[in-house]
Design a protein around this ligand. Structure first.
Ligand SMILES: *Cc1c(COP(=O)(O)O)cnc(C)c1O
Ligand code: SF4
Length: 358
């Protein structure tokens, strides 16, 4: 073995504190007291594969920006909220959020493999966050069973792919017994940030209930598509699980047309259909990640017509206060009294005649 090898040993454990990150050679900006205050407030974790992706020589590295604590997180602006999308107002029983008639969330576990600095549930997630078990789990399932209008159950957290396969089997068996639930959709970041958890046993457990299973894959930068992540996505897709994407539009991470295009193409290449590009929520201490809606629309315009239709996400915003998600453009239709103009991908307007009078 070459003793001079510059390759760092492969780390097996996640880095879970400012001290561990510093010892591993990650420079974090700001005074030690601020970083200490920060780690008391919000959980820290960076998985080995994500740590290996960070370029330590680049102070603007887009992977580092997502996971390394930054003292700017201590600046909480007016309008930011611990519950930015109003989950509390729609929680009929512990662990359930039921905002839309036909679908409900079940928050099954509050831990994640990584803790994203922009997380909209950052006040609720962390390694101590408990799983929904025992009587609380039974009450959540009973609620889903009692509401025949619930057609889809969205399994979330935290990150529900943190569950062991046995717990996934248990959940899928409970849902299988509810006839009106036809779709089970999971939302996870695990295939990208901790792909080894997507084992054949885990995939088999997802399929075990006999429902149509969708998995929403959260990724924000094309570099997250490592060889291991691609293999995890392949295991899911090959098992007949439909994959859709979720990304958060983040300043300093993916607020660039070439990066966004590469991200959307990477999803499609891995059989993940782009679904949502989220405008960042008003979570506390996340203003350095936010851009304006006009900037987001300008980025979306660069995708439309320049990339395959398969690679187009819907740009959405969760309305603060629990009013649900709304698509926020851009729009390609300009209505006026005499008809409409349609705007093409280059911004040129083309008239379109009104419908004939009847
Ligand atoms: C985002 C969300 C959903 C899912 O919305 P879709 O538009 O179907 O993806 C469902 N329930 C709640 C409470 C949500 O926040
Ligand atoms: S994985 Fe999801 S829930 Fe967990 S910290 Fe990141 S954004 Fe939040």
């Amino acid at each position: 073995m070459n003793e001079m090898s510059p390759i760092r040993p492969v780390r097996r454990q996640s880095l879970r504190s400012v001290a561990e990150l510093a010892a591993a050679g990650f420079a974090m900006p700001g005074p030690a007291e601020a970083l200490a205050a920060l780690e008391r407030r919000y959980a820290v974790a960076v998985t080995p594969i994500m740590a290996s992706l960070i370029d330590r020589s680049d102070s603007k590295d887009p992977i580092a920006a997502q996971f390394l604590p930054d003292p700017r997180e201590l600046d909480v602006l007016p309008g930011e909220s611990a519950d930015p999308i109003g989950d509390e107002a729609h929680a009929p029983v512990e662990g359930i959020v039921h905002r839309y008639p036909d679908r409900a969330l079940i928050k099954i576990i509050h831990a994640c493999p990584v803790y994203c600095r922009f997380c909209f549930r950052r006040e609720m997630v962390g390694p101590g966050g408990k799983a929904l078990t025992g009587a609380a789990f039974d009450r959540a399932i009973a609620y889903l069973a009692s509401r025949p209008e619930i057609w889809e159950v969205i399994v979330t957290g935290g990150d529900p792919f943190m569950l062991p396969p046995r717990k996934v089997d248990e959940l899928m068996a409970a849902l299988a017994a509810i006839g009106h639930v036809k779709i089970v959709r999971w939302h996870t970041r695990v295939p990208m940030v901790d792909p080894g958890r997507v084992t054949p046993a885990f995939v088999a457990a997802l399929r075990s209930g006999g429902k149509a299973v969708y998995v929403g894959i959260h990724a924000n930068h094309p570099r997250e598509f490592t060889h291991e992540a691609r293999a995890a996505l392949e295991r899911l897709a090959d098992a007949g699980i439909a994959l859709v994407s979720q990304s958060v539009l983040l300043r300093g991470v993916n607020d660039d047309p070439a990066v966004l295009a590469a991200l959307m193409r990477a999803f499609v290449e891995n059989r993940v259909r782009p679904y949502y590009l989220h405008h960042p929520d008003l979570a506390p201490g996340t203003s350095h990640f936010r851009l304006s809606i006009a900037e987001g629309q300008a980025l979306m315009r660069k995708l439309r017509g320049h990339l395959s239709g398969l690679a187009q996400p819907t740009y959405v915003l969760d309305i603060p206060g629990g009013h649900g998600k709304a698509p926020i453009g851009p729009v390609y239709l300009d209505d006026d009294a005499d008809g409409a103009a349609i705007v093409d991908r280059d911004g040129r307007r083309h008239p379109y005649p009104p419908a004939p009078r009847r």
